[in-house]
Design a protein around this ligand. Sequence first.
Ligand SMILES: Cc1cc2nc3c(=O)[nH]c(=O)nc-3n(C[C@H](O)[C@H](O)[C@H](O)COP(=O)(O)OP(=O)(O)OC[C@H]3O[C@@H](n4cnc5c(N)ncnc54)[C@H](O)[C@@H]3O)c2cc1C
Length: 494
Amino acid sequence: MNRNHSSRRDFLKQITSLGVMGTVGYLRSPMSMASAGTTISDLTSRVGGKVIPRSDENYEIWRQSMVWHISKPGRFPEVIVQAGTEQDVIEAVNYARNNSLKVSLRSSGHNGAGAALRDGGMLIDLSLLQEINVDPVTTTVKLQPGLKAIQLMEEVEQHDLAFPASHCPSVAMGGYLLGGGMGWNHEHWGGIACHSIRSMEIITADGKKVTANPTTNKDLYWAARGAGPGFFGVVTQYELELYQAPQTIMGSMYIHPLDNLRVVTDALEKLVQLKDERVEILLLFMHNHQAPADMPAEQAKICFVGINAFTDSEQEARNMLSPFAESELASKSVFKVENNPTTFQKLYNPENVDTGVGRYAVDNDWVSDISGALHTLADHFKSSPSTRSHLLASLVMNSALQKDASFSKIAEHYIANYLVWNDEEKDEENHAWLGKANELLKPFSKGHYVNEVAGDRYPERFQESFSKPSWERLNELRKKYDPDSVFHNYLGHS
Ligand SMILES: Cc1cc2nc3c(=O)[nH]c(=O)nc-3n(C[C@H](O)[C@H](O)[C@H](O)COP(=O)(O)OP(=O)(O)OC[C@H]3O[C@@H](n4cnc5c(N)ncnc54)[C@H](O)[C@@H]3O)c2cc1C
């Protein structure tokens, strides 16, 4: 008997018995990986970094460490590859494509929805790619995606340069820039941070390394400047424009009981229209952790307004901050600190602020009517299930949109609810609170910031982060650059 004929017949019988769906699964299973001639051990030998298949005894520790916060999503990649070099990324993408493993990516795992963790496929962790090269002559920097905001700022500061890096020191540049990036003094430094990307190195679905900039692969350059956690390629290097570092940073802060919100919004409505673009205003609703222990939580809510001026002299900074000091924002506050000299180092290590990690969710809206939106949310904030949660509003974004960037939704003000809590049993209560906040903000919403949407629960909010033409173009480019869907799409989008 001819053995080949017999085994082919057995194979066909097996396939037929599986039915259509079973056949698809069978053909994408590890057996088909073997028939492609590659196994996990082949991958391990090609990649300098770590390869952790699901069968590894430490897999769960690795999986959990891929997301920064404590609410670890119940999604399980088949294999995690921690790239040690750009070549590792190329090897991993090629292996994944040849073995039908869909690729997800991680730079520092700060995405609120835990976008890096997907079911099945391969997660490529880029966090060790942290090279940085500053060119003080051209005032540019080349950096890899795992580099963190504070590392960038420390490096460029040595050349008297700066960049609108994330307000949080540990956020990597990878995902931050890809989704837009609202950082220190960004209104003055090129607007949304991705507008300061000059060029990128990208590994595409076919495992090729390409350059994307205003003259080469222009459409990829357009897509990567704003697409966020649904981009169809791996950015392995950014080249960024840098800016002259401020000689003086000076801050004032004012605290009011949340019940005095009207005083705050009336004062700010006038002040924000006149402010210099080098003045950054952040408003927070917070729980007052110094309130007496027996005070009901809803009475212990405060409104904090922080104002930073990034300037070249102390006098100029004082002048910029003085309209705030002369307003009712100051005279009616219950606590204030004014004209406080500071540095990026101190801004990255604020005192008395809960920067601890917890269970976590975030969602956001761009709004024009900031007073209306804040007053609508104030009562709801009092009912927040966690005293660790806060609302943050970033006031007056004049950043113009750019034609060669997919980042396409913005309004004058940004509001985000950051929920932080300790107990798993409180998950649904906190998510219900966030859902209600989103509902309350709906009448004010002009769209969302793709980097901070709760896309695991509300996948439609990814699309709502883009103008209609930009969303359509992103989908067309996905088909062009990733026709076989090597990369995962946005959470909840296939
Ligand atoms: C504490 C905290 C503070 C923050 N502060 C700010 C802030 O001040 N300003 C602001 O704008 N945002 C801020 N963010 C939001 C932040 O920009 C986003 O969460 C961003 O997605 C984090 O980037 P990451 O590299 O850690 O993403 P990850 O969670 O590592 O990745 C998320 C997704 O982005 C994509 N991705 C990441 N890296 C790459 C890459 N190199 N190539 C291709 N795709 C990639 C992948 O789809 C990936 O699944 C903050 C978030 C947190 C948790």
